[in-house]
Every structure is written in structure tokens, then in C-alpha cells.
Design a protein around this ligand. Structure first.
Ligand code: SF4
Ligand code: SF4
Length: 125
């Protein structure tokens, strides 16, 4: 870790039963350049940060970072990442992308309906 001249290696704290989430990319190049170098590079699209309801993800200089102190290990970011740059380790079950995407869709639909209802209510007052 200390030997790495670019300080790229990071020791991640373990979650329950050793589970952890991390972005396996530190490439700060812009999306197309990063993708050309590696098919599973982080392209800085921000989908993961928008998906995370715990504000655990930041995207800076075209690369995402997961704060282990905030991450609740839901794996939603992993399911949504278009390049596969996000990895979950030591989870007891394999990632069920479709089930997670469906869960996110239902949540977003409910939030949209609640916002519309609140808007209507405000208009009627
Ligand atoms: S969704 Fe994937 S590619 Fe996009 S910013 Fe997050 S980690 Fe990077
Ligand atoms: S696993 Fe869940 S809580 Fe953790 S960073 Fe990803 S979306 Fe956020």
C-alpha cells in the first residue's frame, strides 16, 4: 500500500461478514477514453450516485468512489452500473440484477406518485 507511488491501493474496511462494495477503477480519464483503455472502467456517468439512496457515492474527476461508512450494502449501484465497474465481495448470493432493477423502478414510481400527489394537494390549498 505505502509502496504504491500513486497511492492507488486502498485498504477497505470490512462490512458485516466481510461484505464490501467498491469501484474497481481509478482511471480519471473522460468516459470514452477510459472505456477505450478498459471495457469495465468507470466512465463517470453518475448513475450509481443517483441510484444510491444513502448518499454513499461521489463522482469526482470522472471516477466514482463509495464511502464504506455510508454504504448499506444494498448492491443497487452494482446492478445499475453500465460498465460493471462496481463490485460487491463476500455476499452470500450472486447479484440478481433484474430483481434489484425492479425494486428501484417500483421505488422511483412510488416517489413520483407521492411528489405528484403533494403537488396536487398544494395546488388545491
Ligand atoms: S455507474 Fe459505474 S461507470 Fe457510472 S459513475 Fe458509477 S461506477 Fe462509474
Ligand atoms: S451498495 Fe447501496 S448503499 Fe452501498 S453505495 Fe451502492 S447503492 Fe449505495
Amino acid at each position: 500500500m505505502k509502496a504504491c507511488p500513486k497511492r492507488i491501493i486502498e485498504l477497505r474496511p470490512k462490512g458485516p461478514r466481510g461484505m464490501r462494495m467498491f469501484v474497481s477503477c481509478v482511471n480519471k480519464d473522460k468516459g470514452p477514453v477510459a472505456k477505450k483503455a478498459c471495457a469495465s472502467a468507470c466512465i463517470g456517468c453518475g448513475i450509481c450516485a443517483k441510484t444510491c439512496t444513502h448518499e454513499a457515492i461521489t463522482v469526482e474527476a470522472n471516477v466514482a468512489y463509495i464511502d464504506p461508512a455510508k454504504c448499506k450494502l444494498c448492491r443497487e449501484c452494482e446492478a445499475m452500473c453500465p460498465t460493471g465497474a462496481i463490485h460487491g465481495v463476500n455476499f452470500p448470493k450472486p447479484l440478481d440484477k433484474e430483481a434489484i432493477k425492479e425494486r428501484i423502478k417500483v421505488r422511483q414510481q412510488k416517489a413520483k406518485e407521492a411528489a405528484e400527489a403533494a403537488k396536487k394537494e398544494a395546488a388545491n390549498e
